[in-house]
Design a protein around this ligand. Structure first.
Ligand SMILES: *[C@@H]1O[C@H](CO)[C@@H](O)[C@H](O)[C@H]1NC(C)=O
Ligand SMILES: *[C@@H]1O[C@H](CO)[C@@H](O)[C@H](O)[C@H]1NC(C)=O
Length: 414
C-alpha cells in the first residue's frame, strides 16, 4: 500500500475513532487482581485504568467495593466466579441468587457485560469440577434470562494447555481427552454469542526454553518470523501464534463463529534468579508493544480483520500472591499507584498508599507454557501434559486462596 493511501486511511480511522470511540473496535482490558493488603482504593484505581486506555476491567470475583466505585465510569466489567462455587451453582436457585446479589444491584450504573465462570477449569487438577462447568454456565445464563439481563455474556477462561497441538498455529487442536467437555462448552458460547477466553503467557514459553525461543519473537520485537507451512502465513510474535492456534482448534470443532478474547496475558517485571526473562526491561517491551498493537487494531495472520479484546495481567503488583517472585510483579502499577515502568502514558495516581484493605480474591493460575520455537520450525511442539505438573502446586495454592472468599460469598447468598 502506498504511503499516501496509508496516510489517508490513518486520517479516516482517526475520524472514525472520534465518532465511534468504543465497543466495536479491539480494545485493551486489564485484570484487576487484588491479592494484596496495600493497594489503593478502587476509586483511585479508576484513574489508573483510564491512564492506560483500558475500557474493560476483569475481576476474579464480584467485589462490591470495586463495582460500586466504578459506577458511571464508562468502564465495562467482566466479573468472575471462582472454581470453588461451581458445585453450588449446579442448583439453578443458587445461580439466580448469585445474579441477584452480585450483578443486579450494580446495574446499570456499573456496566457488567460478562461473567467468567471458573478459571482454567478443564485443565484443573480437580477433575470433578469439569463436569460442573457447563451446568453452572447454563444456570447463570438462565438466571440472567429470568432477570432480563441476558445481554450479559457467560463464559469461562481456559489455560493454553487445553491445546494438544499449538505448533504450527494452523495445526492447533484441543486436547483429545478434553473434547467431550470442551465441545459442549463451545457450542454454548456460540449459541449465546459469548466469547472464548484464553489465558496466554509467552513469558512461560521463554522462561522454560530461553535457548530455543527467541526473545525478539516473544517480546514483539523485529525478527525474521517463521512461516506456518500449513496456511502459508508468517508469524513474528508468539502471542499471535498462540491465538491462531486457538482459532485453528475452534475451527476444527466447527466454530469459526466464536469470538476469541485473551483473558490474561502479561510479563513480570521481576523474578527469581531462575525465572529467565523476568525483568523490568522485558515487561516494558512486552506490555508496551501489546498496548500499541491493540491500539493499531492489528489482527493476527489467520484473523486479519479480527476485533478482539486483550486483558493484560495485571493492574497492580500483588504483594500477597504466593509462589515465585514473578507472581507478585505482574503489575503495570506498583501498590502505591506509580507506574512499575514507563509505558509512555502519564499515569501516576498521586494517591500514595491508600487505605485499601485489599485482601482481595483475584487469583491467577499460570498456564503451562507452549513450546513455539521460531528458530526451528521443524521442531514440532511439546506435549502440554508433560508441562502441567510443574504448575500444579501453584494452582492449588491459588485455589486455597480463593477458598478464603467462600465464606463471604455464602453470606451474600443468605
Ligand atoms: C526456581 O527455583 C525454585 C527453587 O529452587 C524452584 O522451586 C522453581 O521451580 C524454579 N523455577 C524455575 C522456573 O525453574
Ligand atoms: C492433583 O491431583 C493429585 C491427585 O489428585 C494430587 O495428589 C495432587 O496433589 C493434586 N495436585 C494438585 C496439586 O492439585
Amino acid at each position: 500500500m502506498d504511503h499516501h493511501v496509508t496516510t489517508h486511511l490513518l486520517h479516516i480511522s482517526v475520524v472514525l475513532l472520534l465518532f465511534f470511540p468504543t465497543n466495536t473496535l479491539s480494545s485493551i482490558g486489564i485484570n484487576y487482581g487484588r491479592i494484596a493488603d496495600n493497594l489503593p482504593s478502587p476509586d483511585k484505581a479508576i484513574r489508573l485504568v483510564k491512564a492506560i486506555g483500558a475500557k474493560k476491567v476483569k475481576l476474579y470475583d464480584a467485589n462490591p467495593d470495586v463495582l460500586k466505585a466504578f459506577a458511571n465510569s464508562g468502564v465495562s466489567f467482566t466479573v468472575g466466579i471462582g472454581n470453588e462455587y461451581l458445585t453450588t451453582l449446579q442448583d439453578p436457585t443458587a445461580a439466580e441468587t448469585w445474579v441477584e446479589c452480585n450483578v443486579k444491584p450494580y446495574l446499570p450504573a456499573t456496566k457488567i457485560t460478562s461473567i467468567a465462570i471458573g478459571n482454567e477449569v478443564l485443565t484443573s487438577n480437580d477433575t470433578s469440577l469439569s463436569g460442573c462447568l457447563l451446568p453452572a454456565m447454563q444456570n447463570i445464563h438462565a438466571a440472567l434470562i429470568k432477570f432480563n439481563l441476558d445481554k450479559i455474556t457467560v463464559t469461562t477462561a481456559h489455560s493454553l494447555s487445553v491445546l494438544e497441538t499449538s505448533y504450527p498455529p494452523s495445526a492447533g487442536t484441543f486436547r483429545q481427552d478434553l473434547t467431550g467437555k470442551m465441545s459442549p462448552v463451545i457450542d454454548f458460547l456460540a449459541k449465546t454469542c459469548s466469547p472464548f477466553l484464553i489465558n496466554a503467557y509467552p513469558f512461560f514459553a521463554y522462561e522454560r526454553n530461553s535457548n530455543d525461543v527467541s526473545l525478539e519473537f516473544v517480546l514483539f520485537q523485529p525478527n525474521a518470523g517463521v512461516l506456518d507451512s500449513g496456511n502459508n502465513l508468517k508469524y513474528d510474535n508468539m502471542l499471535f501464534a498462540q491465538m491462531d492456534a486457538v482459532y485453528a482448534a475452534l475451527c476444527k470443532l466447527g466454530h469459526k463463529d466464536v469470538n476469541i478474547q485473551i483473558s490474561e496475558t502479561g510479563w513480570p517485571s521481576k523474578g527469581d534468579d531462575n525465572e529467565t526473562g523476568a525483568s523490568l526491561e522485558n515487561a516494558k517491551k512486552y506490555n508496551g508493544c501489546l498496548l500499541k498493537i491493540v491500539k493499531q487494531k492489528k489482527g493476527t495472520p489467520a484473523m486479519p480483520d479480527y476485533e478482539f479484546d486483550i486483558f493484560v495481567f495485571a493492574l497492580f503488583n500483588e504483594n500477597l500472591k504466593p509462589g515465585p517472585t514473578s507472581e507478585r510483579n505482574y503489575g503495570l502499577f506498583k501498590h502505591d499507584g506509580t507506574p512499575a515502568y514507563d509505558l509512555g502514558f502519564v499515569g501516576s495516581s498521586g494517591g500514595g498508599g491508600g487505605g485499601g484493605s485489599g485482601g482481595g480474591n483475584g487469583s491467577r493460575t499460570p498456564s503451562p507454557p507452549l513450546m513455539f520455537p521460531p528458530e526451528n520450525p521443524s521442531g514440532g511442539y511439546m506435549p502440554i501434559s508433560s508441562l502441567a505438573e510443574r504448575f500444579n502446586s501453584r494452582i492449588s495454592i491459588s485455589v486455597s486462596i480463593m477458598l478464603l472468599s467462600v465464606q463471604g460469598w455464602i453470606i451474600s447468598l443468605l
